[in-house]
Design a protein around this ligand. Structure first.
Ligand code: RBF
Ligand code: MG
Length: 296
């Protein structure tokens, strides 16, 4: 859907960083579905003109609902039309909601639309909680149906121990943000995306999310093995879109058996990615924009 509201005014998406939940509950279990960088990609693909990121801190949290409207929505942005979700709350002690915003808007000269909850054709409500449950449960395909895109892990590629390379499957290790949701541990067919200026180049890949049972005391890590052209990705941002869960992580005593299993994973992933390619590309394409770049 290409949003078009008040004729001619730019369309701005407003978001907060850190996520308010990170600010209020820093020790809560990881829950984020996007990094800021990924959010920017998604918002751009929707045809939004600007992404405005407000720094969320103690001062900001202390703003009353009315001050937020006066300073940000009216003062800074001169908003004509504000769209919020039905359950949006804002301002000090979450005192503002869609009804409060609608009431304030009457005297301040802008329109408000509160978007009601929306259900998928199968009756399930589009909710971030539901999406988190599916991802944590190892069902990225169902999560993608609710999201309208494959769920992605995005992060900088950090140096690994080069062990995977020594067994013939070099991997890019993706650093996890503290608050980023963890998928179910195991092996996935993924589309791996590398940013190239104007767009993202996607490649077939297979990935293991786990603790690497062979490595004592290892932290959780996403290891991405590209099935196509190998690239040196150290320091780059990698997008890993989870397409399908293939199997749980297993403990191998024998390196040969591990190698054989990963080889098998690559074959299965190729089949899965071929079958799902058209759908993945359609969801990834910016609205009205060009097809995603493919690697040369
Ligand atoms: N290591 C394991 O101990 N068990 C696994 O089930 C396992 N599966 C993997 C699947 C893929 C697709 C890849 C790329 C690696 C896998 N590894 C597994 C290897 C492990 O994550 C790591 O690369 C090596 O242990 C070297 O650190
Ligand atoms: Mg590696």
């Amino acid at each position: 859907m290409r949003l078009q509201l008040s004729g001619g005014a730019p369309l701005v998406a407003l978001t907060f960083e850190p996520h308010p939940r990170e600010f209020f509950a820093p020790d809560a279990p990881p829950f984020r579905l996007t990094t800021l960088r990924l959010k920017a990609h998604c918002v751009e693909a929707l045809g939004v003109d600007f992404l405005l990121v407000l720094h969320f801190d103690a001062d900001f949290a202390a703003l009353s609902a009315e001050s937020f409207v006066d300073r940000v929505l009216v003062g800074a942005l001169k908003s004509r039309h504000v769209v919020v979700g039905y359950d949006f709350v804002f301002g000090h002690k979450r005192a503002g909601n869609a009804a409060v915003l609608t009431e304030l808007a009457k005297t301040k000269g802008f329109a408000v639309t509160a978007v009601p909850p929306v259900s998928a054709p199968d009756g399930s409500v589009y909710s971030s909680t539901r999406i988190r449950d599916l991802i944590a449960g190892g069902d990225p395909a169902s999560a993608a149906r609710l999201l309208g895109r494959a769920w992605e892990i995005e992060g900088r590629v950090v140096p690994g121990d080069k062990r995977a390379r020594s067994i013939g499957f070099p991997t890019a290790n993706v650093d996890f943000e503290r608050h980023y949701l963890r998928p179910k541990r195991g092996v996935y067919a993924v589309q791996a995306g590398i940013d190239h200026g104007r767009g993202t180049a996607w490649q077939d890949a297979v990935a293991n999310f786990g603790v690497r049972p062979r490595v004592a005391g290892a932290a959780e890590l996403l290891e991405v093995h590209l099935l196509g052209r190998r690239e040196d990705l150290y320091g780059r941002h990698l997008r890993a879109a989870l397409v399908e869960y293939l199997r749980p992580e297993k403990k191998f005593d024998d390196l040969k058996a591990l190698q054989a299993q990963i080889g098998e994973d690559c074959l299965v992933a190729r089949v899965v990615l071929e079958r799902t390619r058209a759908e993945f590309r359609a969801a990834e394409r910016p609205r009205g924009g060009p097809a995603p770049e493919t690697p040369v």
